[in-house]
Design a protein around this ligand. Sequence first.
Ligand code: NAD
Length: 474
Amino acid sequence: MSDSSNISLAVIGAGPGGYAAAFLAADLGMTVTLIDPEVNPGGVCLYRGCIPSKALLHVAKLIEESEQSKDWGIEFAAPKIDLARLRSWKEGVVSKLTGGLGILSKQRKVQYVRGRAAFENSNRLRVTKTDGSEESLIFDRIVIATGSRPAIIPTLKLDTPRMMDSTGALNLEDIPGSLLVVGGGYIGLELGSVYAALGTRVTVVEMLAGLLPGADRDLVLPLHKRLEKLLDGILLNTTVASVKDEGTGIRATLRAQDGTTQEKVFDRVLVSVGRKPNSEIPGLEKTHVRVGPKGFIQVNQQLQTDDSSIYAIGDVVGEPMLAHKASHEGRTAVEAIAGHKVAFEPNAIPAVVFTDPEVAWAGITETQAQKENREIKVAKFPWAASGRAVTLDRPEGMTKLIFDPHTERVLGIGIVGVSAGEMIAEGVLAIEMAAQARDVALTIHPHPTLSETVMESAEVFFGTSTHIYRPKRG
Ligand code: NAD
């Protein structure tokens, strides 16, 4: 381990990017100050993002499974939902994890300052603490890890608790009779699924021609089909032209691509149309940090900004706005600060949508390959041929591997199905290790598991998958 004990480092923002950076810096011997308004590290991910939503999605899955179990001869009574207890369980999960991070922070002797930082110059921060006091502090290096916030559509701004962003939706104030979800992306589908499972009639409105625009269509199809049963409606190529507070509900005017409109009244509206980087840090103009046209802080492969003392990581430097990408960038930035020869140059960053079924992908997608005119070979394994998927009564899944046809290297992976998010890492490892189809096919996978579908996809590449019969040509 290198000695960085002469470096003082400030990290602004204690989300999965910021705290991962701060903890590694402390492990490398730096004197670390971590600044965030919350009582403990965690950021949006732990307090009002990934973690509470996954706790609620777990509950949603349980409710859905208890319904499906009728088909297996097991019938449960309709669930009685004690909202206060559900909310406090979710909050318990959050406080357990953020409290744990607080302890890890103390154990590492990271100085955790509750407050907001402003730049006085490239090395000096003015921190306004949550207790009202102010302090001016000097550091050798500063890492900006301020994250992002929900994007707002001006026409959908109404000052009523009926209009929610992801934070409001996660608060779970009530179980509304009806909910309009604006945006069929990660948040809209995850939280829309939670409310639908709890009994809300949910309508999703998506501006583009399909849900989850970043994912390949064949991965989205099984999810779309299941959501069609769970949700009240999925309106594609549709936007919300206006919303009006009618006291007892929100009247929304939905406009389809062909110009036709329809009006509907909803108890609540969730706006989930993307996120914006938090790059408007007071005093940033006193440094040499450059902010790009979309609001992202510009950095090089070491995550260093145009100001040699200042680094930036996570949502504030660009897409994809994902916690695991932020953590990796945070650790890379700290290693660069410690003088290690490093660069942020992943071959694959996994994306997981935690709906039911889950959708996950990494590396090159088929859509991207087509756009780039790149020659690829795709091998798909349908889960109807997976013993494990059939025992779970979830045969709608699919695993596919995307290969370079010449080198036979794995370039991408896509999975739709239960636990896709748990399985995607094998594909990421294959991509990062430059594995070839044969490596994956010859790796013994445990039976009966869903992970076998990855191995069998590689066998499909050679036309020799055990559980798929392909008649010989000619
Ligand atoms: P998103 O980019 O995933 O989805 C936004 C959707 O809204 C898109 O499909 C877009 O076409 C649509 N849209 C945009 N304007 C619209 C309009 N006027 N009317 C109707 N639809 C419109 O964004 P999100 O769901 O808000 O999530 C934000 C980000 O947070 C994600 O991109 C992701 O990086 C992160 N996130 C990740 C996870 C996860 O990893 N599981 C979960 C939640 C959020």
